[in-house]
Design a protein around this ligand. Structure first.
Ligand SMILES: NC(=O)c1ccc[n+]([C@@H]2O[C@H](COP(=O)([O-])OP(=O)(O)OC[C@H]3O[C@@H](n4cnc5c(N)ncnc54)[C@H](OP(=O)(O)O)[C@@H]3O)[C@@H](O)[C@H]2O)c1
Length: 252
């Protein structure tokens, strides 16, 4: 039976997809029949292994591109290759992101540049090239992975929260600009999700965070990728410019 998500044969790119939330998004999109292009920055072997896993597990086409999303030339090359090979793009999951904590007096210029470059500029470069490709077919879905911290802030996370709030602004503006081309742009704002990003949190901090979640559990990457699947699919074809919190009711 054909899946009601209507994604079979379509093309997706997921940035930061070697681990954590991005990897989960890549798997769920491949499981629903998409060709999935994945990206990572630090480990080519891991990237190639992930590509093989997607092919073997789901019988779809997949390719991996190792580049830093804040390198605009590398991003451009990747989309040029996608255009040459597939002539279209249906879904971008703008997921690659980094988190570095520092209290306000400790914020260094280097850290500021790094976070803003990866989390904001990287997302905008991908948005630019992806929307250009999507515009050719007058359809597409762009999903920006923001954060609960971008909506409500957190001590020690001024720079990270600024970058994640920026993604919400980017989502609103791009949704308005791209709607006439039938390109939807939405954001997902995860709460606390069990990935490498939070692996260095002390056990007592994790416990405290868990207690602050109304559903009393830390989220899984699948909690996020299932929402990404919905936003990628035709089930959400009239949804744009939204920020969907996926956080177990952390702030209700
Ligand atoms: N985990 C959470 O609690 C949480 C909550 C809210 C929002 N988020 C957001 O969700 C997204 C994914 O987070 P995660 O928890 O899955 O993180 P993660 O486990 O640390 O994985 C990060 C991924 O991004 C890639 N990456 C990092 N910097 C990159 C760069 N400059 N260029 C290209 N790829 C890069 C990494 O590639 P390599 O493997 O090659 O390093 C890896 O695949 C991030 O945007 C994060 O801010 C996470």
């Amino acid at each position: 039976m054909e899946s009601s998500f209507n994604l079979k044969g379509k093309i997706a790119i997921v940035t930061g997809a070697t681990r954590g939330i991005g990897w989960s998004c890549a798997k769920v999109l491949a499981k629903n029949g998409m060709t999935v292009i994945i990206n990572g920055v630090s480990d080519n072997n891991m990237l190639n292994q992930r590509v093989d896993e997607l092919k073997e597990l789901y019988g779809v086409e997949s390719e991996g591109y190792l580049f830093d999303v804040s390198d605009s030339n590398a991003v451009k090359d990747c989309y040029n290759n996608i255009f040459k090979k597939y002539k279209r793009l249906d879904v971008l999951v703008n997921n690659a992101g980094i988190m570095i904590d520092a209290l306000i007096p400790m914020i260094s210029n280097e850290m500021l540049d790094k976070i803003l470059d990866v989390n904001i500029k990287g997302a905008i470069y991908n948005l630019q090239y992806a929307s250009r490709l999507m515009g050719r077919n007058k359809s597409g879905s762009i999903i920006n992975i923001s954060s609960i911290i971008g909506r409500f802030g957190n001590e020690g996370q001024t720079v990270y929260s600024a970058s994640k709030a920026a993604l919400i602004g980017i989502t609103m503006s791009a949704a308005k600009e791209l709607a006439p081309q039938n390109i939807r742009v939405n954001a997902v704002a995860p709460g606390i999700i069990q990935t490498d990003l939070i692996k260095n949190y002390a056990a007592d901090k994790t416990m405290k965070l868990r207690d602050s979640i109304k559903m009393k559990r830390i989220g899984t990457p699948e909690d996020i990728s299932n929402t990404v699947l919905f936003l990628s699919s035709s089930l959400s074809e009239y949804v744009t410019g939204q920020v969907i919190g996926v956080d177990g009711g952390m702030l209700i």
